[in-house]
Design a protein around this ligand. Sequence first.
Ligand SMILES: [Mn+2]
Length: 480
Amino acid sequence: MGARRTLEAMSETPQEPPGTASHDPDRPAALLEFMSTGWAPREEVPPQQHPSAPYRARRRAALAERFPGEWLVVPTGGYRTRANDTEFRFRAGTEFAYLVGSHEPDAVLVVDPQGEATLFQAPSMDRSTPAFFTDRMYGELWVGPRPTLAATSALLGIEARPLEELPKVLPEGTRARVLRGYDAGIEALVAGGPDEDAELATFLSELRLVKDEHEIGQLQEAVDATVTGFEDVVRAMPAAVESSERWIEGVFGLRARVDGNDVGYGSICAAGSHACILHWTDNDGPVREGELVLLDMGVEGHELYTADVTRTLPVNGTFTDRQREVYLLVYEAQEAAIAACRPGADFLDPHRAAMRVLAQGLERMGVLDSAEAALAEDSQLYRRYTLHGVSHMLGIDVHDCAHARREMYAKGTLAPGYVLTVEPGLYFQPDDLTVPEDLRGIGVRIEDDIVITEDGCRNLSAALPRHPDEVEAWMARLRG
Ligand SMILES: [Mn+2]
């Protein structure tokens, strides 16, 4: 889909009006004519400028400064087909959302060689065109009005022009850097090189490594909504026992849609040994008393910043001794990792700290013969039970800044304003013959969202209990 589809729909008067579905009845010209008249004029009060607008202007200025004298094109992407004529809910492109803040599909940010930024956005298919009544994807009668260009401009503090003017400003074949992966039509419109485009993507990822105060506020809001969602889930646990993991997914999803935009990623609601499957999102298994349930869930806020939080909870509110032993080990590993989060530390320092604690604990539990041997660079046998790294950047994407260069990210150092997860885990697969039988099927992960400060770090998700005693008390309180 994308901006081109919209451009074509705007520029043509096809036999079959745009957006017509196979089951739509014919529309005689007399009806279209009749539908286009007799509507009261609309009054529009321009909105106040959004508080994020000055921050986004600074980001666009940084972008222009990095590539002076060049055309830069950042599309947001369009609807994606789910099946036939139904689309997934639209979610703005990450970089576009960061730079512009509009949530309209098919929009395009263009920065010209003088560094001036313009937003190209499709105007509403309103009552001035039959498409308002015929186009089930963009027609106002089907999907509601889009914000006008004037309202968009006032809200976001950027010049907004009709999408149909884009080919005039940026004639086909113009040499430009384009952010790829969002809008094939726009990519085809401009000429450029893959290396130049990759540099643009890398810059936009690395620019997002340091979060400004507005972003940290947005992340805190997403985390706060997530904490509320976890509380909802604890209250709903008896209903989940009667139903399945899906009940938990649904309860959290309700909170995500009401307090935020959506979930930031597919919720992992993993009861019993499903916890050993790192990305268990089928969520169709039973929730049994006496077992643990690993919940990796995050609300995506209204400006698309997402939380990413994991708690592993005893379904009935109380850990067994063996569950607590595993849980406490992961907790201590996480404590060590959080203590390693400070400016100047290697990105991997929290990971190393957590792995050392986990390997030593595995030795104490008789799972590993020797922690030191297992930790050796050329061995790393402990990873059979720890499986994954402890951190990733967090922001508008749950795995944020993915195009940053390795030396800036995994092999880089932490700096104030970085936001990352700290999420060690231990996973004893149900059929793993190398672990004692009573450990098999236990999976524990604890994950928090950490912002690096001038002198250390702050845990954005500290409001959600982590220590097993606190978890039990919190669950008991919520379940009355
Ligand atoms: Mn995570």
